[in-house]
Design a protein around this ligand. Structure first.
Ligand SMILES: Cc1cc2nc3c(=O)[nH]c(=O)nc-3n(C[C@H](O)[C@H](O)[C@H](O)COP(=O)(O)OP(=O)(O)OC[C@H]3O[C@@H](n4cnc5c(N)ncnc54)[C@H](O)[C@@H]3O)c2cc1C
Length: 437
């Protein structure tokens, strides 16, 4: 039986980032990742291998062809973790966001300059993130500080006061002082741990692709609400746009299969000409959309993180941003624990309880914000349309409201907020720290 301080279930975007941050900050930690997919080389990694990067073995289903909008607060975190300078080479700044309702008068613009910022956020193709993280993790494996169990899955959990005993499908048995579940929205291990899950299907699917325009994008992002669902365009490097087109599932299936020319025509018709003329479209993918979240972020020696804790509608581009804040909370709590308790128990009750207290308010707020946007902008009633138009106009004309909306979208100052809270939640030598609940 192998014993680890931390076991991460799921080595996708969240699990890999969490492992990278923890291992780069704490040389003494022994960490394992259990990932269901075998090693694969992503296309971005292949592209990079002609340059300086080496093999990257990203799980293909997490680091797929999507792009993500990183809020300004997430960029702060990545800078703090020493990753931003490398990521920024493949990221594209958002300098303006235009929010509008097709066929109605309401619209609002958010400009980075109004908030004294260089940008409101950055857009990154997630394949690049995999291509950056996996070679870094390979170095920790070579040093014997990170052990991959892959392809493998957790088959059963046995909870004792001091640890979680994990039986893997391969027959291997390992132990963890703390198990962190990063298996995405459909996590089987979350179920094994008996952690509650709330699900709410949206009857919508997100069709994603990269599109090329005749004009330059000038770093403008668009969120356009249409009768069938919202369309987001995020500026990418090389003057491309990342498209997230939300549609009723059947319609999305039909549009997915259209020849390129017809696809571009339909998109132009649905979006209008605000961004210019759509000329090219890349590979397309479809994601069914369901809100899934657990009101219970932690249990005895178990934490949920990333999509396993909150699987959101992509309308506001908040999912991975929220995951980065989960990671910030976990790394902050573990750092405090490692410095204040000798020998440190990284999975003790004080840590799991503090995680719950740190993360619950932020997650609830983002779920409410995102869900309200989906409901408000997926409703075709005339009254709702009028309300939306008035709301967007109010946002345009009321600086206070606009700042509040922008701050929510930018996810600002997570480091500052969390560091202040950590002090009070994890007092050193907390007598409760070694006791299970
Ligand atoms: C269309 C779309 C657009 C989006 N846009 C944005 C955006 O602009 N900004 C933003 O912040 N977020 C965005 N998101 C959300 C973002 O993609 C997610 O937050 C992110 O993918 C979560 O990563 P994760 O690692 O938690 O989960 P996943 O990506 O689902 O990864 C889970 C990992 O766990 C592994 N796994 C699963 N089950 C097991 C098991 N039983 N055993 C072992 N391993 C297992 C999987 O193989 C995978 O590697 C978007 C999402 C979608 C669908």
């Amino acid at each position: 039986m192998k014993n680890f301080d931390l076991v991460i279930a799921g080595g996708g975007m969240t699990g890999a980032m969490l492992a990278q941050v923890l291992l780069s900050q704490h040389p003494s930690l022994q960490l394992a990742i259990v990932e269901q997919t075998a090693e694969t080389v992503s296309s971005a990694a292949t592209a990079m291998s002609s340059g300086s990067a080496v093999l990257a073995s990203a799980p293909i289903n997490s680091f797929d062809s999507r792009s993500i909008a990183l809020a300004a607060g997430s960029v702060e975190l990545l800078q703090h973790w020493g990753l931003w300078s490398e990521i920024s080479a493949n990221a594209c700044a958002i300098k303006q966001i235009q929010v509008s309702d097709r066929g109605h008068f309401g619209k609002t613009y958010l400009n980075a300059a109004e908030f004294n910022r260089q940008s409101l956020g950055q857009v990154l193709e997630i394949e690049w993130l995999g291509a950056l993280l996996y070679p870094k993790l390979a170095k920790f494996s070579a040093q014997g500080r990170l052990h991959w169990f892959r392809p493998d899955r957790i088959q059963s959990l046995q909870t004792t006061p001091e640890q979680q005993i994990l039986q893997l499908q391969s027959g291997v048995e390992i132990t963890a002082k703390l198990l962190i579940i990063c298996e995405g929205g459909d996590s089987p291990t979350r179920q094994l741990a008996g952690m509650a899950l709330t699900q709410q299907p949206y009857s919508q699917a997100a069709l994603i692709s990269n599109v090329g325009l005749a004009e330059t994008h000038q770093h403008i992002a668009f969120e356009r609400f249409t009768a069938d669902g919202p369309i987001a365009l995020l500026p990418l490097t090389k003057q491309r746009y990342s498209l997230v087109w939300t549609l009723p599932p059947q319609q999305a299936q039909q549009i997915l299969q259209l020849p390129d020319e017809q696809f571009l025509q339909q998109l132009q018709q649905a979006f209008g000409y605000r961004a210019g003329v759509f000329q090219k479209v890349g590979q397309r993918q479809l994601y069914p959309l369901t809100l899934k979240y657990s009101a219970e972020p932690s249990k005895h020696r178990v934490l949920l993180c990333g999509n396993s804790l909150h699987n959101l509608h992509p309308i506001a581009g908040q999912g991975f941003n929220l995951a980065l804040r989960d990671i910030a909370a976990i790394t902050g709590l573990i750092s405090t624990q490692l410095t204040s308790e000798k020998p440190a128990d990284v999975g003790c009750y004080a840590v799991t309880r503090a995680y719950q207290q740190l993360r619950q308010p932020d997650i609830s707020q983002v779920i409410q914000f995102t869900d309200a946007l989906v409901r408000l902008f997926s409703n075709n009633s005339r009254l709702m349309a009028l309300g939306r138009s008035l709301g967007l106009t109010a946002l345009m004309s009321c600086p206070e409201l606009k700042t509040k909306f922008a701050n929510q979208s930018m996810g600002l100052s997570p480091i500052l907020r969390q560091q202040q809270q950590l002090e009070s939640l994890l007092p050193s030598g907390n007598p409760a720290s070694t006791n299970p609940p």
